[in-house]
Design a protein around this ligand. Structure first.
Ligand code: PHE
Length: 452
């Protein structure tokens, strides 16, 4: 099977596709806030440390597993573990990817609704109106489900066109567009009167804020932002060619992801500070706070405000869609290869299943006011289980697997492309994988339950 498996057609396509999977809503709604609130440039430094010293090695490991296996994540793990139960770690990755897709698609659908709302000018009004708009919309039984279906169908359209004709082509179009939109909004935002205060807030170094909690928060965010342990990275890597330099590629993907996160901060903070609003994080930032900020900041130039708002939600939709595609591919590759069905059928099954899960999640937020277990709606449970349990468990086991279980020769061959690259960092990489990364992930895991 591996001989006839397709590869990405170009290096740039491969990097853009992988970076598209990594760049998502997390870059916009979590990173800037964490940076601003936890010491500005000091936080950014620590974040860079986490990304490059811990995130990149974990990404390289997933690249190794994926490319070596040339198969879906479950099969890739089982190829490397010869009958031992490690394949279940791969299965956990596939499951995590699938479950995340359910609720990620709901929020992605909201972004599309806001593109629509910007176009028809529904987002204008006082702050209370915008807040109500979001509450009423997200709790509605029909509209969120409609947009959920639309965004899943868009992802489906890309996935059925395959790796080169679908994912790679779409990423080559969508990622540069995302960048241009981001840059234009950054410029518009930074030029607003009083915007400098926002830049200061984001970058002013304050090492005093620093404690263990901030460090572990940065670490958790860096893994989430790079889409580690969700099956996405290893699935995309299964389409990498034997010439791909895995270490360099991981660094490039991490750079794109980090640059987008920092630019997102430069887009949000100057606008927010220009109108004296202090930004928060999560859905309320992008669906409540920012529409208000745009309304106020561009009050004297309504046309510009309209354009900025539209561009902002288009950008969010693109970021969400490329991540959704990477999640869609995880389960599709799994179904196609394990059940021997066509790509088209596999992609449809994933789309329909995601629509069902997404619909239940969406209804749990409003209309159905679905069951609340242990104080969390179904939506919150998905977020909690995948982000706080499956991600660290999967990430930890992957480090142990690559560091201690997979024969060192295979790891080195993949790292150095069978001896054709010097692999200067191999020793450091292996050390990090064996000792530092698993301990760091364990610490995040225990910390979030107050045990460390
Ligand atoms: N990395 C994405 C983000 O920053 C989140 C994500 C994780 C998306 C896993 C898809 C899969 O938003």
């Amino acid at each position: 099977m591996s001989e006839e498996r397709v590869n990405f057609g170009s290096k740039i396509g491969m990097i853009l596709a992988t970076a598209g999977g990594a760049v998502g809503l997390g870059n916009v709604w979590r990173f800037p806030y964490m940076a601003g609130d936890n010491g500005g440039a000091a936080f950014i430094l620590v974040y860079l440390f986490c990304i490059f010293l811990l995130g990149v090695p974990c990404m390289v490991s997933e690249f190794i597993i994926g490319r070596h296996g040339a198969a879906n994540t479950y099969r890739a793990y089982s190829k490397l573990s010869e009958g031992r139960p490690w394949k279940y770690v791969g299965l956990l990755g596939v499951l995590t990817g699938f479950l995340i897709m359910g609720y990620y698609a709901v929020v992605s659908g909201w972004c599309l609704q806001y593109v629509y709302a910007s176009v028809v000018g529904q987002l204008h009004g006082d702050p209370a109106y915008v807040k109500d708009y979001f509450r009423i919309f997200s709790g509605d039984a029909v509209r969120p489900v409609f947009w959920l279906a639309v965004i899943i169908l868009l992802s489906l359209f890309v996935i059925v066109h395959g790796v080169r004709g679908g994912i790679e082509r779409a990423s080559k179009l969508m990622m540069p567009t995302l960048f241009v939109l981001l840059l234009v909004i950054v410029v518009a935002s930074c030029l607003l009167p009083g915007g400098v205060k926002g830049i200061e807030f984001l970058f002013k170094p304050d090492f005093g804020k620093f404690d263990q909690g901030v460090f572990l928060g940065a670490l958790g965010q860096s893994f989430y932002s790079l889409s580690i342990a969700m099956g996405c990275i290893s699935t995309y890597a299964s389409y990498y060619s034997r010439q791909t330099n895995l270490f360099n590629s991981a660094v490039q993907v991490a750079l794109v992801d980090t640059v987008v996160a920092i630019l997102a901060g430069l887009m949000i903070f100057p606008a927010a500070f220009s109108v004296g609003v202090s930004p928060d994080s999560g859905p309320s930032l992008i669906f409540i706070t920012l529409p208000n900020v745009f309304n106020e900041a561009f009050a004297t130039m309504p046309l510009l405000g309209w354009v900025v708002s539209l561009m902002f939600y288009a950008l969010l939709s693109l970021a969400a869609l490329t991540s959704l595609m990477s999640l869609h591919e995880v389960s599709t590759a799994f179904l196609v290869e394990e059940l021997h069905i066509s790509r088209k059928k596999g992609a449809w099954v994933v789309a329909v299943a995601t629509m069902l899960i997404g619909t239940v999640c969406s209804l749990s937020l409003g209309a159905g006011r679905g069951p609340v277990f242990g104080g969390k709606t179904l939506f919150d449970w998905f977020d909690f289980l995948t982000g706080q349990i499956f991600l660290p468990v999967g990430g930890f086991l992957t480090c142990i697997f690559l560091g201690w279980v997979v024969p060192r020769k295979i790891v080195k061959d993949e790292f150095t492309n069978w001896g054709t690259l010097r692999g200067r960092f191999f020793g450091v990489y292996l050390f990090l994988m064996r000792f530092v990364s698993p301990l760091a992930i364990l610490a995040i895991f225990l910390h979030q339950f107050g045990l460390f």
